[in-house]
Every structure is written in C-alpha cells, then in structure tokens.
Design a binder for this molecule. Structure first.
Ligand code: ASP
Length: 342
C-alpha cells in the first residue's frame, strides 16, 4: 500500500462556505475524509498535515517554503509521495522555489489547489485533489515513483513546477507551462509523457534540502515611459543583489544610452542582472537585436526560457548557496532542475 502525506497550507481549496454568513473560511482538515469521501476508495494510506496558521497564498513568504522543505525532509522515508494543497495565487512561485530547495528528489511532490472551494457544488477541487493523489501514488513495476519531481497538477494537466505560471484568474484552466510540455494529462486514464519527466535521482537517493535563501532580488518590468529614476532606484538600489529584468520579446529593452548606462552602473557595482522575457512563451536571445546586444554587452545574463517565477526561485536558492555573484551568474544559465531549455 502506498502512503501519501497531504499537506494543507491554505487557499481556496480547503475553504467552506458558512451557511449563515456565506463567507469562506478554512475547514478542519482532519475531516477531509468527510468532505471528500472519494479518498476512501484509494488503495493508499493518506495522512494529513495542516499548517497553522492557514494562509491565503498571497501571504506566502520564503519561511513557508523552508517549513515545507523541512517537513518533507523529516517525513521523507515515511511516505511515497507528497501532495501540497496551496492557494493558486502564488502556487507557481512556491513550486518553483521548492524544486530548487529539494535536491536529489526521488518521490513526487505535487502542488494542487482549486478555483472553487472543495465544499462548493461545482468545485474543481475534488478532481484536482483526487488526481494529484493518484499521481503522487503512481509507481513503476519496480517500485520507483513515476513522477519524481516538484509539479503542479491543475485541471487535468500535470506541469513541471518551475515551468508553470498562473494564466487565468477565473477559469478552471488556470495553469500552463508555455515553454515545456505537460508531464501528464488526465482523461479517462492518466497519460504520462515519460520522455519529459525527469528521472535523475535514483530511488533511495538522499534528499538534500537547501533552506538558506537569499531574497535580495528585485523584479523590474520594462515598459514604455519607464523613467531613469525608477530604473536606477531598482537596478542600483541599496540592499538589492540581483535584478530580474522583464524585457520585451526576445530580451530587448530601451536602447537609449541613459538606460544601458544605468544597467552598466548596476553590473559594475557587481549586481546580477538577469534577463527574462515578459512574453508568456519563448526565450531570451540577446544576439538577435541591437537592443538585446547592448544589454549583453552591459553584463546582463540571459535567463533563456525561464519563467519569472522559476528565475526568482533559482536566484533565491543560488544566492543563498553561493556568496560569489560570478558563480551565481554561471549557474543561472545551467539547467539544474529542468527549469531552462538548453
Ligand atoms: N487567494 C487564494 C490563494 O491564493 C486564491 C486561491 O486559492 O485560488 O490563496
């Protein structure tokens, strides 16, 4: 019998409407079997762990990721898989960060949640939860996990966590991974795309957790009309070690000297400036246009086809591990957890 730890951090999925006030509030998760009796049909033992306090995921902080990593490490030998119930708003950030914090993963860590509370009639939460548990329990004939990765399962799609982003605030089809194919699709059966699933950690490999995150990162989205003052405040700001520059198209920004000069000022100060595209799909190529080339010449590092969420988690992790910014810059371009195409 497989064993699954269901970890509840908060979010819409675990809320119930108060019949009188009609307001949503978290329900006692120890009663999950009453809310979702379908779970009894699993040939798996499902234990649950509830965080206290439960939070709307808009309030997620890296301390929650640290607690999650430590919990998974503590319980790692006791369970075959982990399902994390999490609000949708920052799920892609949490899944990205966890993918870097958990090294040598040989078991599934599946994030899921829902757009409607699990207690409501038209909820998407039941299907998401039931399928996430099925995926976390799935094993090959020789007892290996089918999906030894940090993933998001949502609306029939299993996506690599550090490739995912929330693309819709109101549809059930809320998560996509535009730069990487789905790892599985749930229809009548769950169809796994084994060619895309990472399988580098051998079963029984030791899980190493990295919890020393350095969060001194700012995100600057380039837009027409951005002023030199705003650009300088962010790029050269005190207490900022790295800036994620969300650029146009394939990595382009303002070509005027005032902007490139500020970028160079930042890199001369030793800061890491990482270029990711603000497009939903595609990649940065700083050799394509003169404007991209100017950024490259000013010392900007390419983020390839990483999502902003993936880039943020990777920077937090790398900067927490390595005090040397040059080392961090080199590793940013390397594929560490399937977050970037090479
Ligand atoms: N605001 C909620 C959260 O992210 C939304 C949700 O769960 O879907 O916690």
């Amino acid at each position: 019998m497989t064993t699954i730890l269901l970890i509840y951090t908060g979010g819409t999925i675990g809320m119930k409407e108060d019949p009188e006030s009609r307001a949503l509030s978290p329900f006692d998760f120890s009663q999950i079997m009453e809310e979702v009796p379908e779970l009894r049909k699993f040939a798996a033992r499902i234990d649950s762990y509830t965080f206290d306090p439960l939070i709307d995921s808009s309030d997620v902080e890296p301390s929650l990721w640290k607690s999650l990593a430590e919990l998974i490490k503590e319980k790692y030998d006791l369970y075959d898989g982990f399902v994390i119930l999490h609000g949708t708003d920052t799920m892609a950030y949490s899944a990205s960060a966890l993918s870097f914090m958990l090294e040598g993963l040989s078991k599934p860590v599946i994030f899921t949640g829902s757009q409607l509370p699990i207690g409501s009639l038209r909820t998407d939460g039941k299907e998401n939860l039931v399928s996430a548990i099925e995926i976390a329990s799935a094993q090959t004939a020789d007892g290996r996990a089918v999906v030894p990765e940090v993933c998001i399962y949502f609306n029939s799609l299993l996506l690599r966590g550090n490739r995912s982003c929330k693309v819709n605030s109101s549809s059930f089809d809320a998560f996509h991974s535009p730069n990487f194919p789905a790892l599985a699709e749930a229809g009548i059966n769950i169809r796994y795309h084994h060619d895309f699933i990472r399988s580098n950690a051998s079963p029984g490999a030791t899980l190493i957790i990295h919890t020393a995150l350095d969060t001194r990162v700012a995100i600057l989205k380039i837009h027409p009309g951005i002023t030199a003052q705003v650009a300088r405040n962010v790029l050269c700001g005190k207490g900022i070690r790295a800036v994620i520059l969300e650029t146009y198209g394939s990595g382009n920004a303002i070509s005027k000297p005032w902007f490139t000069d500020i970028v160079r000022e930042a890199t001369d100060m030793g800061k890491i400036v990482l270029n990711v595209t603000q497009c939903l799909a595609g990649e940065v190529n700083m050799d394509l246009y003169a404007t991209g080339k100017a950024l490259k010449d000013a010392g900007v590092v390419s983020g390839g086809d990483m999502t902003t969420e993936g880039a943020l988690g990777k920077l937090f992790f790398l900067m927490g591990e390595f005090p040397d910014n040059e080392r961090v810059k080199t590793l940013l371009g390397k594929n560490m957890r399937g977050e970037i195409s090479k």
